[in-house]
Write a protein that binds this ligand. Structure first.
Ligand code: GRF
Length: 199
């Protein structure tokens, strides 16, 4: 499985994927890492690990299409089977998504469809849910909305705040992302409506 990673920040999900490959749990190759921010810790890690790392800062481009055009150019050269968004804080246009239908994955720190968008862990605390978690899903043209691949539940404890809940969800994110990629690397799937069917 040829895998591209898009990130904007610390890159702990990227690191979990990299470690799973290095540890033989996931048969895949990270063919490129793209960050839209020069100061992302994740892109530093990618360089340390000798990966093909690219900084393509969105603010250096006049428009969203111009930035996406450059990201797509790098992806086209890398020829990924799947693209994993790992804390990539940019919405992808429907034109971008259409180039890789059911081949772009995202991880979100809630049990979707609850709490899409930013600060999902705080939204969960504020709402008072007793269970939250994380979701790995295919990316479609809507925010945090595509077909679900893997979910993991996390109990909300008395006394939790957004930070403590986020830390426990993050542990599960790392497992969930690897689980989703192992499934994609080892099984066939088709998407029927919103459902991902494995065979
Ligand atoms: C994670 O919480 C992920 O669910 C969200 O952004 C965060 C990225 O964290 N989409 P990291 O950069 O992978 O550490």
């Amino acid at each position: 499985m040829r895998l591209a990673i898009l990130l904007s920040g610390r890159g702990s999900n990227f690191a979990a994927i990299h470690d799973a490959i290095a540890g033989g749990k996931l048969e895949a190759e990270i063919v490129c890492v793209i960050s839209n921010r020069a100061d992302a810790a994740g892109v530093e890690r990618a360089k340390e690990w000798g990966l093909d790392a690219h900084v393509i800062e969105n603010r250096a481009f006049a428009s969203r299409p111009a930035h996406e055009y450059e990201v797509l150019r790098v992806l086209e050269r890398a020829k990924p089977d799947f693209i994993a968004l790992a804390g990539y804080m940019r919405l992808l246009s429907s034109e971008f998504v259409a180039k890789y239908p059911n081949r772009i994955l995202n991880i979100h720190p809630s049990l979707l469809p609850a709490f899409p968008g930013v600060d999902a862990q705080k939204q969960a605390i504020d709402y008072g849910v007793r269970v939250s978690g994380c979701t790995v899903h295919f990316v479609d043209e809507n925010l945090d909305a595509g077909p679900i691949i893997v979910q993991r539940a996390v109990e909300v404890r008395d006394g939790d705040d957004a930070g403590s809940l986020a830390a426990r969800i993050l542990e599960q994110e790392h497992l969930a992302y690897v689980e989703a990629l192992v499934k994609l690397a080892t099984k066939q799937f088709r998407v029927e409506g919103r459902r991902v069917i494995w065979s």
